[in-house]
Design a protein around this ligand. Structure first.
Ligand code: GDP
Length: 366
């Protein structure tokens, strides 16, 4: 087949999968200068569209950044901070400075102090080996903190180019679209240009001093709950409103089910309150540990949903992860679903999630 590349970004055009890079409708191929849908939307609507890449291609991009002098803006989802972290990022981007942006701040309870979350983000980043120049907390959806982010980016880039990186679904596109409005107003000054021979698939947005802001494709976060649920239920996992913490006073040997997606067994530590930061639309059921397996076997897809009934067959089995909490309160995080806060230890819990969904423990965020 005749191979065509997009005159916008240089990527090979494909007509099969709209969610993959290089997609264009068949009619676009007949054009002398074909353009992929992503560039089309950017050019005509000033709108960045999601694309995703495999790990290997993504690492190539990060390496590419390491070989130039630039400011890196790393966007993470504050609601899935650890799950949306890009491991080893510092190693790949070399000595380039990084600004860390926590997005979706609107989901945190209003009572939470922004400064505290920022301190927490700094500490977590440090544990991952990253020392950002600055840490910001924003909501791209609501437009909170965007102006400040645009100013900080401009301040720290020192006339150099900017690369925005992040996992898919952290809200990177929403963020860049906001930044575009902030720096360009409504005017159509976005251009896309073709770099022959590049395979980087970067979208470039010119800044006023001739430097460029690059949108990099998002890397897919394989450990997220979203991969295991029906597309129609995805919106349950992408809340648009502040998450209301739900508090349970649990006795030893009691279990909580989060829909049918995950489970927490409280094993040892005396009567204790457990605070759940799980999207409001997911029901939480409490039961006794000895009844928990039976409840799941008989009520998955009904009382315990999502998964929805017709998706129960293909829903992966839940696998256990044991945690002993010592010292200060900790969060048990189910990647892409939320977290539960366990108060000061010693306490023992077992957290269940579908195989491949990352379950971890961290210093309590709230
Ligand atoms: P990308 O894959 O990183 O480019 O992410 P998108 O910009 O497509 O956003 C992924 C999902 O997160 C969408 O459902 C957005 O509506 C949602 N989202 C993005 N930013 C925010 C935010 O600040 N708050 C909330 N609550 N949701 C957001």
């Amino acid at each position: 087949m005749d191979e065509k590349v997009c005159v916008g970004c240089g990527v090979k055009i494909q007509t099969e999968d709209p969610s993959e890079i290089g997609y264009a409708p068949k009619a676009a191929l007949e054009k002398e200068q074909p353009i992929c849908q992503r560039c089309f939307r950017l050019k005509h609507y000033n709108e960045i569209q999601d694309v995703s890449l495999t790990n290997e291609d993504f690492l190539k991009i990060l390496h590419g950044i390491g070989n130039t002098k630039a400011l890196v803006v790393k966007v993470v989802d504050i609601f899935d901070f650890n799950g949306s972290w890009i491991n080893g990022i510092q190693r790949f981007i070399g000595y380039n400075p990084v600004i860390l942006i926590g997005n979706k701040a609107d989901l945190l309870p209003k009572s939470v102090k922004k400064e505290k979350v920022i301190r927490w983000m700094k500490r977590e980043a440090k544990e991952y080996g990253l020392t950002p120049l600055d840490v910001l907390l924003i909501s791209s959806e609501k437009g909170h903190g965007i102006k400040e982010a645009a100013e900080q980016i401009d301040h720290y880039r020192n006339g150099e180019n900017v690369y925005v990186v992040g996992c898919t679904n952290v809200g990177k596109s929403t963020f860049i679209n906001r930044i575009l409005k902030e720096v360009t107003g409504e005017g159509d000054i976005i251009t896309t240009s073709h770099y022959p021979g590049t395979t980087l698939n970067l979208i470039e947005i010119p800044l006023d001093d001739g430097a460029v802001l690059y949108d990099t494709p998002g890397i897919i976060n394989d450990h997220q709950m979203a991969h295991f649920i029906d597309k129609r239920d995805l919106k349950l996992l992408s809340p648009k409103k502040e998450i209301k913490p739900r508090v349970f006073q649990l006795n030893e040997r009691q279990t909580l089910y989060f829909g049918g997606l995950a489970r927490l067994d409280y094993i040892k530590g005396g009567r204790s309150s457990i605070v759940c930061y799980i999207p409001n639309s997911i029901d939480i059921h409490r039961t006794k540990l000895e009844k928990a397996d039976h409840l799941y076997a008989t009520h998955l897809g009904e009382l315990l949903t999502p998964p929805r009934k017709e998706a129960v067959e293909s829903f992966p089995e839940l696998v256990p992860h044991e945690f002993t909490i010592n010292g200060k309160k900790k969060d048990i995080v189910f990647s892409g679903l939320g977290w539960v806060t366990i108060h000061d230890g010693p306490k023992r819990v077992v957290a269940y999630a579908p195989k491949d969904v990352h379950v971890g423990v961290r210093h309590s965020l709230i």
